[in-house]
Design a protein around this ligand. Structure first.
Ligand code: UT7
Length: 323
């Protein structure tokens, strides 16, 4: 059977690092509170000329270099983002153009913090359905542009950045020993839509709006939703926590990551944590975390890697992949 196998990865971060201490001058907060409640120590914030498309392009070029491929080899550019450059056209076509591609197709996906898991699952369907042989899957965000910088309950949590993977169709045996995506589990429940949202939009206010979140409410649901889809992925592949080499979670809050890993029986040595470095970069957080763990040699070819995310909507999902 056809499998969607990772051939290359890349990441991009804005130039400017903003520490918790710097935020103390902007809102009534403290480094101690932010570190204790979230694990975040710093985040990257986009400056002039740095956009979701420019960061996405940079990450995509890095992923193509690692894969030894050029934009000519790509059939589909799929961008997970909730902070597109414009309402339309899709940031994916903007990146397609920046890469000099006039062939193939490109579109955006919006599932907030679960966007990268949704995009990987979608890319896998396009590959296994025969529509695309190679897909650039990009998670790119500039959440700093939708934050209310006077609201301490949200502005300390998020950051900007982008990450990308090149997925390629390869023949597999149809067993768990195959490289590539083995299973994907997506969920959403719109009855929670008012717990994490942006208070503006083209069809309502005609403005971009600002991010609003009932943090405690999101926190309350996060661990149960994350463990639910991961257990779904274990059941579908007849695997257990002992079989996986790495858990690469969406990086929202250290306490949510630790709580989910503990509930699933996954030891902390197998969990990739980068929330301290990047903050919550929404759809970019998983590919950014992957690139750190690939660069430092933790994740190697053949490793079994579980990706998971939960966010606005609520949306949530998990994806099991053999690297
Ligand atoms: O990626 C998408 C999904 N998003 C998430 O996963 C975020 C989920 N939620 C969270 O991570 C946590 O709920 C937060 C980090 C947002 C908040 O942590 P918490 O432990 O749930 O704190 P809390 O909201 O219960 O607030 C505790 C106190 C409050 O003061 P009082 O009411 O106890 O006097 C807040 O006003 O902390 C206060 N507070 C702050 N203090 C200093 C809230 N934000 C800050 C701040 N600095 N930045």
């Amino acid at each position: 059977m056809i499998r969607s196998v990772v051939r290359g990865y890349g990441a991009a971060l804005p130039k400017r690092v903003v520490t918790n201490r710097e935020l103390e001058d902007m809102v009534d907060t403290s480094d101690e509170w932010i570190v204790q409640r979230t694990g975040i120590r710093q985040r990257y914030i986009a400056g002039e000329g740095e956009t979701t498309a420019s960061l996405g392009e940079q990450a995509a070029r890095a992923a193509l270099d690692k894969a030894g491929l050029t934009p000519d080899d790509i059939d589909l550019v799929l961008v997970a983002t909730s902070t597109p450059n414009n309402t339309f056209p899709a940031t994916a076509v903007e990146i397609q153009d920046r890469l000099g591609m006039t062939h193939g197709y490109a579109f955006d996906m919006q599932a907030v913090c679960s966007g990268f898991v949704y995009a990987m699952a979608t890319a896998d369907l396009h590959i296994r359905g025969g529509m695309a042989k190679r897909v650039l899957v990009i998670g790119a965000e500039t959440f700093s542009r939708i934050l209310d910088w006077t609201d301490r309950t949200t502005c300390v949590l998020f950051g900007d950045g982008a990450g990308a993977l090149v997925l390629e169709a390869q023949e597999g045996e149809g067993t768990n020993a195959d490289r590539g995506i083995l299973t994907a589990h997506l969920r959403s429940d719109g009855s929670h839509k008012d717990k994490l949202f942006v208070d503006g939009g083209p069809s309502t206010t005609g403005t971009v709006g600002h991010l609003r979140m009932e943090g405690r409410e999101v926190f309350k649901h996060a661990v149960a939703m994350i463990t639910d889809v991961i257990e779904g992925a274990f059941d579908a592949t007849k695997t257990t926590a002992d079989d996986i080499d790495w858990l690469v979670p969406h990086q929202a809050n250290r306490r949510i990551i630790d709580g989910s890993a503990k509930k699933l029986g996954i030891p902390s040595e197998k969990v990739v944590v980068t929330v301290d470095l990047h903050g919550n970069t929404s759809a970019a957080s998983i590919p950014l975390a992957l690139s750190v763990a690939l660069d430092d040699g933790r994740i190697k070819q053949g490793d079994l890697v579980m990706l998971e995310a939960m966010g606005g909507g609520f949306t949530w999902g998990a994806l099991l992949i053999r690297w």
